[in-house]
Write a protein that binds this ligand. Sequence first.
Ligand code: GRF
Length: 191
Amino acid sequence: LKLAILISGRGSNMEALLKAAEDPAFPAKPALVLSNRPDAKGLETAARAGVPTLAIDHKLYGKDREAFERELDKALSDAGIEIIALAGFMRVLTPWFVTRWEGRMINIHPSLLPKYKGLDTHQRAIDAGDREAGCTVHWVSAGVDEGEIIAQAAIPILPGDTADSLAARLLPEEHRLYPRALAIACARLRT
Ligand code: GRF
């Protein structure tokens, strides 16, 4: 399946997906890495890996979210994309776009959903006195971070953990989880 990965920044999850897809048996083949920020570090990483990249700068579209998304949608359709993985993509997508790609778009979120939708997930987990934190890969539906869960991974929250230390310990779990969850998503798409 032709895969597009949408990023906004560092792109370490994207990199994990690209690595997994080097295995010819992996069910998705990266065909496009797309960023809404032209300066996203991940674009360089993807280009070095030989994957086509594209930046569509949302700032050029002002408040018109749908105009931005029409460009996004066109780029994805032109590239023949069959499945989308959001990986640190920091734009909220409108119902118009989500509906067009529903059942073909997944996201990774750094919390054990349904807990802590949105931002600052690690700090919120620490403040709540939770014993564990984690990450979730889910189908993208109209509500932000609300779609059906595909897979999760959890790690303990340790005494003295800060949002940063927790995020750093969780990141390798994200990198393990996302390729596995993407493979599950691909299998569901085919049936
Ligand atoms: C990850 O923590 C991901 O869960 C969240 O944003 C972060 C992106 O990091 N959605 P990276 O760009 O993949 O390195």
